[in-house]
Design a protein around this ligand. Structure first.
Ligand code: 1PR
Length: 528
């Protein structure tokens, strides 16, 4: 029996599911004393350092946690939990950590890096450990903007390090106390193996028999993401659909390309690095009543151990009885159901428009609120831009680019207009204004669709992708237009995006994820 320290932040369901998939049962801490009595304790988490520390304090968990660690009783921390072991974090100046490990948690500040680090990176194992029994150098899933610094004083704790601009501590261990910066529950089979080692070992987990190779710098790899556009069809079934330039109807019927949970399972087995669900009619429904989407997430997260993103309808809402739900309430329901990130579409445009008008952060927008509680890495902005051609960029008040694909009137310039409500309504804001405003408000990643390219199989819009990539320092996912395995090589070679997403070619089995990755490797692009 494994005990979980659920203090109400982040996606705890995934950790629970991962433990169950290993064959163990999970129970929750109900009182501070349970922390002392649990046989094996897992302390999971994502989110803001200050928020996590204050939740631990309010629940009375800090003292028993410190006592448990001093008594060397089995404990595994995940992600933000590792950071709480340190003295403090630049994320929440003045807030004290548990202070078990000497040193501070710092923000990645290399201007050449996208922050947060989101994706699959390696670890260098510094010493033997039962926790890494059977580990064969696989990449593991990281998602964080802050890292634990290496100091002379904290050497005895270091189990693994990872490189992202600098070398940082990616796992610590002393006796029966361990913590990972990466998410084992989101790192596929390799991550489940690490969890299994913690759960099943009946002796000191610090003893291991692995062979240590010479330390090599680790590197983050490009991600391949499968996207499932989901909606209810005319007979009331929730289906995965796919549009041509956002038109999902064929001969009047909503295209039905499969069942969401089954398809997500298939893509996980084929090696997808992440899975995204977009509830494409979410802007007009109220997702908290949209139980099918919550259920899709719950069921998917039982068997899929890579990150799950959900989008559609993340906005505030007042129901017919006058009850108000903030965007944070809606997002929280999704996180509780197994989502690791939420993606905001229409509401991000409205929020950015307001921000551009006032140049002030209200602290109340969906982006700010969700980012504050769950961390920037949990907030993806899904952008639905389309091209607007112009003859004269000097007389265009928008960010215009020169294009190699002239418009219908021979125009050599274009800008990208943002849309809302699934591309139905164009707004008076361009893609650069949108992504820069969202980054300033606390978004952690851009999912960059392109209405002109969506469903065309003609390749990604490289001009749009370069335009956006150079405008922000958060990771960008290229989306729309993938028609072959070579298109992934093209987008990764010719732009600096961190990830590429496709839908149609995977659903129609034209190209498998495995083929995409083999082709990337054959062309010298590292992948998981
Ligand atoms: O506005 O916050 O409720 O979010 C709605 C979400 O639903 C947005 O993320 C928006 O992009 C998405 N959406 C709305 N309508 C459609 C539609 O297709 N009619 N889908 C839609 C957008 C774009 C992709 C697609 C890629 C790759 N789909 O995610 O999967 O373009 O496709 P491809 O590889 O086949 O070319 P809100």
């Amino acid at each position: 029996m494994i005990t979980m320290l659920d203090y109400g932040a982040g996606n705890v369901r995934s950790v629970r599911n991962a433990i169950r998939s290993i064959g163990s049962d999970v129970k929750d801490i109900e009182s501070p004393e349970d922390i002392l009595h649990a046989e094996k304790l897992i302390f999971p988490g994502v989110g803001n350092f200050g928020v996590v520390m204050s939740r631990l304090r309010e629940a009375g968990y800090i003292e028993p946690l410190i006592q448990r660690i001093r008594e060397n009783r089995p404990l595994l921390g995940i992600c933000i939990a590792l950071q709480t072991f340190f003295e403090g974090s630049e994320e929440a100046p003045g807030v004290q950590g548990l202070g078990i490990i000497p040193g501070m948690v710092r923000r990645f500040d290399d201007a050449a890096l996208s922050v947060p680090q989101i994706g699959w990176n390696g670890v260098s194992v510094h010493r033997e450990s039962g926790l890494f029994h059977g580990y064969d150098g696989e990449k593991l899933y990281f998602v964080h903007s802050f890292y634990s610094e290496i100091t002379k004083e904290n050497q005895p704790w270091i189990l693994t390090t990872t490189d992202y601009g600098c070398e940082f501590i990616s796992a610590v261990q002393r006796g029966n106390i361990a913590a990972f910066q990466f998410h084992p529950e989101k790192s596929g089979a390799a991550g489940l193996n690490l969890l299994r080692n913690f759960i099943t070992s009946d002796k000191d987990i610090s003893c291991g028999t692995m062979s240590l190779s010479e330390r090599k710098k680790t590197s983050i790899v490009k991600r391949v993401i499968a996207c499932l556009d989901v909606r209810t069809n005319d007979t009331g079934d929730l289906v995965v659909t796919k549009g041509d330039q956002y038109d999902v109807r064929e001969e009047g019927e909503v295209r039905n390309l499969g069942k969401p949970v089954e398809l997500a399972g298939r893509y996980y087995r084929e090696g997808a690095d992440e899975i995204t669900f977009l509830n494409i009619t979410g802007f007009r429904d109220f997702p908290m009543k949209d139980q099918p989407m919550l259920e899709v997430l719950q069921r998917t997260s039982e068997n899929v151990f890579v990150p799950l993103t959900i989008g559609g309808g993340i906005q505030e809402f007042t129901d017919s009885e006058g009850n108000f739900y903030s965007a944070l309430d809606v997002a929280s329901a999704y996180f509780r159901s197994g989502a690791d990130k939420v993606s905001i579409g229409s509401d991000a445009v409205y929020v950015a428009e307001k921000y551009l008008q006032t140049q002030e952060k209200s602290g109340k927008s969906s982006i700010e609120q969700i980012s504050m509680v769950y961390g920037a890495q949990a907030v993806v902005i899904s952008v639905d831009p389309k091209r607007v051609y112009v003859k004269d960029p000097q007389n265009c008040p928008r960010h215009a680019i020169t294009t190699d694909f002239p418009g219908p009137g021979g125009e050599k310039y274009c800008w990208y207009q943002c849309t809302v409500r699934g591309g139905r309504e164009g707004r008076d804001i361009d893609v650069i204004e949108l992504v820069q405003s969202c980054e300033a408000l606390g978004a952690g990643e851009i999912l960059l669709n392109c209405i002109d390219k969506d469903g065309t199989n003609s390749g990604f819009d490289l001009e749009l992708i370069r335009h956006v990539r150079q405008a922000v320092s958060i990771p960008v996912i290229a989306s729309s237009g993938a028609g072959s395995a070579d298109h992934f090589v093209e987008v990764f070679r010719q732009t600096d995006v961190e990830a590429a997403l496709a839908a149609g070619i995977f659903h129609r089995r034209e190209v498998s994820i495995d083929t995409v990755k083999k082709n990337m490797r054959a062309n010298g692009i590292e992948t998981r």
